[in-house]
Ligand binder design. Structure first.
Ligand code: HEC
Length: 116
């Protein structure tokens, strides 16, 4: 009984630490959905430099809070990422990301980068 309780406390402590580390970059907390968490990793590595860690924009336009309105059909947003926007610094991501990775990062921008 006592052992079980100590284990529970350790699990909670480690979990809290992981959340703390996730927040250390100053961006949004890590989503609990594994696909969204993968999307966040891809976003941080490949998109945040132009669109901002929280999607507030920079070299590229702000994404946070406007993706579902801008792309009512998710297929249009997937196509934009797949093909890029020719003539701009928005490259085609089909060369570096798999279709599943593109789906994950698209879901992340639609469901997690909702702005403040
Ligand atoms: C090197 C800079 C750069 C990187 C890296 C980049 N983008 Fe972009 N992105 C842009 C620019 C610039 C535009 C605007 C293109 C235009 O003029 O239509 C854009 C446009 C977009 C748009 C369309 C926005 C709209 O309202 O029309 C989306 C969605 C988008 N980017 C998502 C992403 C995602 C997701 C990633 C990472 C996988 C990413 N971008 C990486 C620069 C970048």
């Amino acid at each position: 009984m006592r052992i079980a309780r100590s284990v529970a406390i350790i699990v909670v402590a480690v979990g809290g630490l992981a959340v703390g580390v996730g927040c250390a970059g100053g961006g949004p907390a890590t989503p609990s959905d594994p696909v969204l968490a993968q999307g966040q990793q891809i976003y941080t590595a490949r998109c945040a430099s132009c669109h901002g860690v929280s999607g507030g924009g920079g070299i590229g336009p702000a994404l946070a809070g406007r993706m579902t309105e801008r792309f009512p059909d998710v297929a249009d947003q997937i196509a934009l990422l797949t093909n890029g926007v020719p003539g701009t610094s928005m490259r085609a991501f089909d060369e570096v990301l798999s279709a599943a990775e593109i789906d994950a990062v698209v879901r992340y921008t639609r469901e997690s980068l909702v702005g403040s």
